[in-house]
Design a protein around this ligand. Structure first.
Ligand code: NDP
Length: 284
């Protein structure tokens, strides 16, 4: 077996971190691509985040993937950031450069975009209903815009947050952003080509999303970015109605591609083998 790379080490940092599938995901690619490296899970509480990042930087880590609750703190401590991280005000990837600079990137947006592109192609001229106005929804607006969506209805339980999101992102996108209340769903359902759930409803330990799908056209597709469980109540319902159902695993796999490449210097591929391994891991 030929090993490439020089024993590069990266981390995934969060609190809690025990449920993270990133070590399994990167581990799969490290083995597949014969790269000599490791991605280690790091359970770090909020108050220790900045201190631990500096220590990892000094210890020769390439960088870290960042998960809850540190994404905003990661963005705040970086010296430079890509456009997606700036628009989100949050980063899921920190890279430690040789000159001591820390670079923040947000690859969630790329993950969602590539996951949708893989299943649906582009969204030119299409109308999308996006549920949620948190960090993931912010990245979703940018991804949907890049895919050419003409209109994005942003519906949130607290509509003021949807309004704030639309105000902040309108100058950055071509798509028309229409904020509203989650209760407005029935009014916009009939015109939607795609429904995206970017709320945490349906996630393990959270209540399922209470949504009546009766008004959704048969041709409409549904993406639920929640990946734990992989088949949410929403997706189960969507499948029984015959819609194209897209789970959150595609986004998860695609957001990891630029991270792996930045850490280990090789661009990995999202393959059916990777999905099968992760499905097994998540279902275990
Ligand atoms: P945030 O905490 O930033 O936002 C949560 C959003 O969910 C808010 O809009 C909130 O509404 C809404 N919400 C929460 N509970 C309910 C409910 N019961 N009914 C309706 N709306 C609800 O979380 P994130 O944006 O960071 O993450 C959202 C989801 O996306 C998580 O499940 C996360 O796991 C998933 N995710 C998946 C990724 C992937 O790779 N597949 C990547 C990143 C995230 P309100 O503002 O009214 O409280």
């Amino acid at each position: 077996m030929t090993l490439t790379g020089a024993g590069k080490v990266a981390g995934v940092i969060g609190w809690p971190i025990i449920h993270s599938v990133s070590p399994a995901l990167h581990g799969y690619w490290l083995r597949e691509l014969d790269v000599n490296g490791a991605l280690v899970p790091l359970a770090v509480a909020r108050e220790n985040f900045a201190r631990v990042i500096r220590a990892l930087q000094q210890s020769g880590f390439q960088g870290v993937n960042v998960t809850l609750p540190h994404k905003e703190a990661a963005f705040a401590l970086a010296d430079q950031a890509d456009d997606a991280a700036k628009a989100a005000g949050a980063a899921n990837l920190l890279l430690f450069h040789a000159n001591g600079h820390i670079e923040a990137r947000n690859t969630d947006m790329v993950g969602l975009r590539e996951s949708l592109r893989e299943r649906l192609g582009g969204l030119e001229g299409r109308a999308v209903v996006l549920l949620g106005a948190g960090g993931a929804a912010r990245g979703a607006v940018l991804a949907l815009n890049e895919l050419g969506a003409a209109q994005i209805h942003i519906l949130n339980r607290h509509p003021d947050k949807a309004q704030a999101l639309a105000r902040a992102l309108t100058p950055l996108v071509k798509s028309e952003l229409s904020p509203g209340n989650l209760k407005d769903w029935a009014k916009v359902a009939g015109g939607a080509d795609l429904l995206v759930n970017a709320t945490s409803a349906g996630m393990k330990g959270h209540p399922p999303l209470a949504l009546d799908l009766a008004g959704l056209r048969a041709s409409a597709a549904v993406l639920d970015i929640v990946y734990n469980p992989l088949e949410t109540e929403l997706l189960k319902h969507v499948k029984t109605r015959g819609h194209t159902a897209i789970d959150g695993l595609g986004m998860l796999m695609h957001q990891a591609v630029p991270s792996f490449e930045a850490f280990f210097g090789v661009r990995p591929k999202v393959t059916p083998g990777l999905r099968a391994m992760l499905e097994q891991t998540l279902n275990a």
